[in-house]
Design a protein around this ligand. Structure first.
Ligand code: PRX
Length: 659
């Protein structure tokens, strides 16, 4: 969004009276008071919340240890267990028979699991893992479909102190293998197949392919959840069925009490270099923030039916499916499949059927469903009863004001606040977001930081910028749910997030932002590094370039993002082949081949939407590719910048045409 648009958005939606009356943070005075509390006694603020909200097996005595900054530690001498906090604590509170998960499969079958039942399943699976020798500090890769079993697998790891690393089921064998190797997994948990849009797609076969790519000798066992009973390869010497593993296990399992900073999970995400980074998260600080954001941002109440549509393969699925809602004793909906099957009314139908009260999804889904509803009146949201909803959320990318207004009117019936939550894999939970009972909403703005989050906008030297001036988004103080390290690469952790230029202790988010002159509201203006956001998925341009040049046909490739109505950004690749530049049908054929190649190397989400072939790429005399020019070309705009430093300006004409 341009600065101009930020300034001209003048619609304001005050919090509805019923929210103000009942919200955890009610009114701006309450919000400001909490912010002041954090500013006056930062450690005291967090210590109080951590004592109040978490069950400690042994209470912590040190709140924040900054002695080895930026390797911060929070509550670390305290002992706790995340799974115990999510399950046992709620059963002790009398919620054993409350439904924890309403699961709806791709074909519409519904399964309901109570807290007691979930506890038993998690304990059995945790005991099963223990029987295989899995213990604290071991790493377990989870490559599973959306399922109760996926949540159980994650919680079971947490119960025994094993660190899980979930890999999204859309990633290729090669991406899976890279993550298995990097994290040093000893166990992989998967399913025979996954079901999406009525189609059965392989998972176990991909695991086998990944393990066959080498360097995976540490993987002793592959545990397979039977989702479809389809034709999956099975090696009895190494593989075992999840139902066999749990069959005779006890339904109680003594939790492993871990220090608060014990790594609960490692989740890979794209950065600006080729190799994805293993973002390492803690147990105590992470869970605290998962709970507080459920309370503050979602204002969750005991009667809520919460639905986050993310996949457990992404951080949103970790914090707002597996951990946050369960730690709060909430009933949540988990769904398998896609929003457009059996038709594009799936979300609305599920909200109606399960009486969802809080709905949290990504702008890209909203935009594609707007198009679908415009094209087919039968699945327009006005055909469904959505009156159970009281709050809407958005996550993963900027939401454009038009999509915001459609969401507000058509889904929320002009009565539900929208929380536009800005955060990242690295932040563990929401950072900048409206509070539904306090913050006046402005479409397209994530508004203000949560209490305790010291977000600011600075220039390249770290100096504060005044409101109205765009700059770099930073967080000036550590917070409990922050990334603890990049797995196996502390140097990269420091360089990526706490660069020396900013003093080495300020967290660099990697996004640009601007604050409104009058209100101080934040608007995120997009990544400042070579990271794209396609349908809310983070993709590194270098990662895609590396995949392309690994193809024997390709000599050179440069990848940039271009704005896209539905996916936010789309991947556009400029490619130079080792042979002469193809044109016409041949270009189409090779582009198709390369797109499939990228799908195989990384996963279908990384497929370039557009591929343009050139004899060369625009380069400076020192050989640097001029990406900013490629971005202009990808958008289909005229180049107005100075191109005098370009070695080969004639190439621009050739790359102008989309093939
Ligand atoms: O660029 C920001 C964008 O998504 C990035 C984080 O991506 P990821 O780690 O995959 O986590 C996504 C789910 C939290 C950010 O650096 N982003 C996320 N939420 C928003 C957003 N951009 C604008 N507005 C948001 N609400």
């Amino acid at each position: 969004m341009s600065d101009q648009e930020v300034k001209t958005e003048s619609r304001v939606f005050p919090p509805p009276a019923n929210f103000v009356a009942n919200a955890a943070i009610s009114g701006m005075d309450a919000y400001n008071a909490l912010c002041a509390e954090a500013a006056n006694d930062y450690e005291g603020f967090w210590a109080k919340l951590a004592h109040e909200n978490l069950h400690w097996h042994k209470p912590f005595t040190t709140t924040l240890d900054e002695s080895n900054a930026p390797l911060y530690k929070w509550f670390d001498d305290g002992l706790l267990n995340v799974s115990y906090n999510c399950l046992d604590v709620n059963i002790q509170k009398g919620l054993g028979d409350k439904i924890a998960i309403i699961f709806e499969a791709d074909g519409g079958e519904v399964t309901k699991v109570s807290y007691k039942e979930l506890h038993a399943k998690v304990c059995q699976f945790a005991n099963g893992l223990r029987s295989l020798g899995v213990k604290k500090d071991d790493r377990v890769v989870i490559y599973m479909p959306m399922s109760v079993e996926g949540v159980v697998a994650m919680q079971a790891c947490a119960r025994i102190g094993a660190t899980h690393s979930v890999v999204f089921g859309g990633f290729s064998a090669k991406s899976l293998q890279e993550r298995i190797v990097d994290v040093g997994a000893s166990i992989v948990i998967t399913a025979d197949e996954q079901v999406r849009g009525g189609k059965q797609l392989p998972l176990k076969a991909i695991v086998d392919e990944a393990l066959g790519l080498g360097e995976c000798e540490k993987v002793a066992k592959v545990i397979v959840y039977k989702r479809t009973g389809g034709n999956a390869p099975f090696n009895p010497a190494r593989d075992l069925w999840m139902h066999d593993l749990v069959a005779n296990q006890a339904t109680e399992c003594e939790p492993e009490w871990v220090n608060a900073d014990h790594p609960l999970f490692i989740l890979y995400t794209s950065g600006s270099t080729g190799k994805p980074k293993g973002v390492q998260h803690s147990s105590g600080g992470y869970l605290l923030w998962a709970m507080l954001t459920m309370k503050w941002t979602f204002d969750v109440k005991p009667s809520d039916i919460f639905w986050c549509t993310a996949d457990i393969g992404w951080v949103t699925g970790h914090t707002y499916i597996t951990y946050g809602p369960l730690a709060m004793g909430t009933t949540e909906i988990v769904f398998e499949g896609i929003p457009t099957y059996p038709n594009a009314g799936r979300f609305w139908d599920m909200i109606q059927k399960h009486k969802a009260t809080i709905f949290y999804t990504a702008p890209t889904a909203i935009r594609s469903l707007i198009k679908a509803a415009d094209g087919d009146a039968a699945i327009h949201p006005n055909k469904y009863d959505l009156t159970s909803l009281r709050l809407l959320g958005s996550v993963g990318e900027p939401i454009n004001p038009e999509a915001w207004m459609w969401y507000y009117r058509n889904i929320g019936g002009e009565k539900c606040p929208i929380v536009d939550t800005f955060w990242q894999t690295e932040t563990g939970g929401h950072m900048i977001t409206p509070l539904p009972g306090a913050t006046p909403l402005v479409p397209g703005s994530c508004t203000l930081p949560l209490p305790g989050i010291m977000a600011a906008i600075v220039d390249e030297t770290g100096a504060d910028l005044p409101n109205g001036q765009g700059g770099i988004l930073v967080v000036k103080r550590p917070w409990p749910s922050m990334i603890r390290n990049i797995w196996g690469d502390t140097e990269r952790f420091k360089k990526s997030y706490f660069p020396e230029e900013l003093g080495g202790k300020t967290y660099l988010a990697g996004d640009g932002a601007i604050r409104n002159k009058e209100t101080g509201y934040f608007t995120i203006t997009g990544r400042i590094d070579d990271v794209l956001n396609v349908s809310g998925h983070r993709m590194g341009t270098m990662e895609i370039e590396s995949a392309l040049v690994a193809n024997p046909l390709v000599a050179e490739a440069a990848v940039v993002g271009k704005p896209d109505d539905t996916t936010g950004e789309a991947i556009c690749a400029f490619v130079v082949l080792k042979r002469s530049r193809p044109t016409g049908d041949e270009a189409k054929q090779i582009a198709l081949e390369l797109r499939n190649w990228v799908a195989k190397e990384i996963g279908p989400i990384a497929k370039p939407k557009e591929i343009r072939f050139g004899d060369n790429l625009p380069k400076t005399r020192s050989g640097k590719i001029m990406r900013r020019l490629l971005r202009v070309l990808a958008k289909g705009e005229e180049i107005t910048q100075d191109v005098s430093t370009l070695e080969n300006p004639a190439i621009l004409e050739q790359l102008k045409q989309a093939q």
